[in-house]
Design a binder for this molecule. Structure first.
Ligand SMILES: Cc1cc2nc3c(=O)[nH]c(=O)nc-3n(C[C@H](O)[C@H](O)[C@H](O)COP(=O)(O)OP(=O)(O)OC[C@H]3O[C@@H](n4cnc5c(N)ncnc54)[C@H](O)[C@@H]3O)c2cc1C
Length: 357
């Protein structure tokens, strides 16, 4: 696993990698994946519970974001589309926690419009030459390899995309890091630049022009499960807000005795239980086949989470406005409406399922 070489951020990168290894040791990255490639082949609901527990203990921070991006947008498509050799070389080390990987789809000018991406893959000899720049890539500064989506030059439409496994050490690949002003605390995201990266034919994941299918499957997994830790974070937040409401006194009595405050807490509980039930229900489909259901889960949990954070701020009054943890959680919740595709895009998918688009 890569060590960040810059001195700036070295400590936090070291801490991130130590925490990552801790999760690997606990077997988190192996949970739902096939035993033949380092996985534990456990049922999906068990994986969701483990991720919820992660969020309950630490909130939804940069570590949870990186875990979700890797497990659902890299490991899951590798397990589904990878050749036996690709699974052995790339999936197995991820399951065992010996490597770290990230999905690279978004570009400055192509976010929601995935088919508008400009990064290209041109046939070159027996392999491919990749060029372009990906933005917003989770764990970009630390990943050992990336799943990179590209377009065939001169082609448009659903059959124009390919997906490649691109190791960091590939000549011509470079990354840079940035910090989200509104997003999961400590997230290590950045850009990935491909300046004429030559790859062998074996680097392509899936068949030629199957990139969109790989992307849609990756998103079906990611949208369903990436916010499982947020459900855990919502539970911790409800507990701390209820404790505050019982302890904080105004007009000679705990503020929890005001129905307006108690109802806010009740609303937080109702949203939490609805999110949990929706997630559990969605996990019963072990293959995450229904893309519209995945879209609905992601939109529902992210919006319920924002609502719960806003209620928590109100319950805490000025103390809420001074609470860095609450501010950070609200930022992460707002970003969760955008990540894995904005909630407008999720609604487009649900509307398509209803035959409306
Ligand atoms: C925390 C975080 C982590 C991320 N991690 C990754 C990652 O690991 N890898 C990666 O590749 N990307 C990642 N992303 C990028 C993310 O997928 C994109 O930000 C997202 O798809 C939206 O693209 P955009 O930001 O370009 O917004 P735009 O597409 O420019 O959208 C701007 C606004 O226009 C609306 N809009 C656009 N098109 C439509 C439409 N057709 N119908 C209705 N409304 C529309 C959007 O809903 C939004 O409100 C991450 C983003 C965040 C915030």
């Amino acid at each position: 696993m890569r060590k960040e070489r810059t001195s700036a951020g070295h400590d936090s990168a070291g801490r991130f990698l130590r925490q990552w290894r801790g999760l690997a040791k606990a077997g988190l990255f192996a949970l739902p994946f096939p035993r033949s490639f380092g996985g534990a082949q456990r049922p999906l609901p068990e994986t969701a519970l483990a991720l919820e527990d992660l969020g309950r203990r630490r909130g939804f921070d940069g570590l949870s974001l990186s875990v979700g991006a890797q497990m659902w947008a890299v490991q899951a498509p590798l397990a589904e589309f990878g050749t036996a050799e690709q699974k052995r070389r790339f999936l197995e080390p991820l399951c065992r926690g010996r490597a770290l990987a990230a999905p690279a789809v978004t570009e400055e000018e192509a976010g929601s419009d995935v088919l508008g991406m400009k990064a290209s893959a041109e046939p070159r000899g027996s392999g491919w030459r990749l060029s372009g720049r990906k933005s917003c890539v989770t764990t970009a500064p630390l990943a050992d390899f990336f799943l990179v989506w590209t377009r065939l030059p001169g082609r448009q439409g659903p059959m124009s995309l390919d997906c490649f496994i691109v190791p960091r050490r590939t000549r011509g690949l470079s990354t840079s890091a940035f910090r989200w002003e509104l997003g999961p605390a400590g997230a290590r995201s950045g850009t990935v630049t491909l300046a004429g990266c030559d790859l062998p034919a074996s680097a392509r994941l899936g068949r030629e022009c199957q990139g969109l299918a790989v992307f849609l499957r990756a998103m079906s997994w990611e949208r369903r499960l990436i916010l499982a830790p947020a459900v855990g974070a919502m539970e911790s937040r409800l507990e701390s807000a209820a404790r505050f409401a019982r302890e904080r006194r105004q007009s000679g009595r705990p503020i929890a005795q005001n129905q307006a405050v108690a109802h806010r807490l009740a609303d937080m509980k109702i949203r939490l239980e609805a999110c949990r039930a929706f997630l559990r229900q969605a996990c019963l489909d072990a293959e995450a086949r229904d893309e519209a259901l995945s879209a609905a889960v992601k939109a529902f949990i992210s919006e319920a989470w924002v609502a719960n954070c806003l209620d928590a701020v109100e319950i805490h009054g000025a103390a809420g406005c001074r609470d860095a943890g609450l501010r950070g959680e609200l930022g992460a919740a707002l970003a969760s409406r955008v990540m894995s595709g904005t909630n407008e895009i999720q609604r487009n998918l649900v509307a398509s399922r209803l035959g409306l688009r």
